[in-house]
Write a protein of this length. Sequence first.
Length: 369
Amino acid sequence: MTTIAGLRLHRATVPLVSPFVTAVRTATEIEALLVEVVDSDGRSGWGEAPTSWRVTGESPASVTAAVEGPLRDAVLGIPVDGTMEAAAEASLALDRAVVHNSAARMAVDCAIYDLAAQAAGLPLHVLLGASGAIVRSDMTLSAVASDDGIPGLVETAVRHRDAGFGTLKLNVGAGSDDVAAMRAVRDAVGHAVTLRADANQGWAPEHAVDVIRGWEDAGLVVELVEQPVHRDDLEGLAFVTAHVDTPVLADESVWTTRDAREVIARRAADMVNIKLAKTGGIREALAVLDLVERAGMSAIVGCMMESHVGIAAASAVAAVIDGRSGSATAHDLDAGLWLRESPVLGGIEYDGETVTMSAEPGLGIRRLR
């Protein structure tokens, strides 16, 4: 019987191509926290723990303490075979070991699913039930702090359009004239490009409605608006959803199936952004997806500022969504494109807006760079 024999935590500081600015933070580099889970047959499974005090409430120090303490203790000796059932059982052990610590659990959970897929001799996305190895991503345009930043935003939008991105997401809610910014980008890129907006919890409900209606009245055709209000303000989120025609995508308001049920019951959003750093990994992400689909809502898979390791696991879940819906929606998996290089060899490859998963078993990650 193959069991989990060891766990290692690796750190890699990776600079960004350019600063990443949202309504809540500015980043110039990421510290990738990579977990390597080793089984008794010598295989290594890989996962990543994206950290942010203002998003997940975790830091490199807290992830290290959780991974090298209770999470390691919870999984050592657990059987790993090539089945979803074994991976899910190991994932449940992580839930029993700690409260919250979702990014830390994500790293170990994804590494376990990677090992399970390797044991089955299948790419991870195939083990999860998907067939397609390619998913699409939008490209995020960093927020502008003032109206003076709009020309730079437009220049960036045109550059990404010309690089083949069919869907662009504007980070708004940082204090600029968001109607003017969206209008300027739409005028520059034309209507062949899909535009999205992410307020990153930056608006009050009434202001959100005013901005979104401004876009609608101007005919700017925004595909969706992500998390317009604070994550805990479900009443405000429902208010926005009820008072605009543009679909509202819940992000920080939905972490687990418990949150999804509350959003569904309140009709607080039209869509859900599933992130493994919120769900704690693949098992709960698939459970959220099942719940959302049963409610007649749609979902995309998103990411934080994380490396190709985390994006590889997220892409496998995104491929499940595409397979079920029969369409190649644009997910939000562009974080790897913000990095100067991947911290690992193998795994996913980017080509413009497409993310191609490895054909090798598991995630296809060979080793640290």
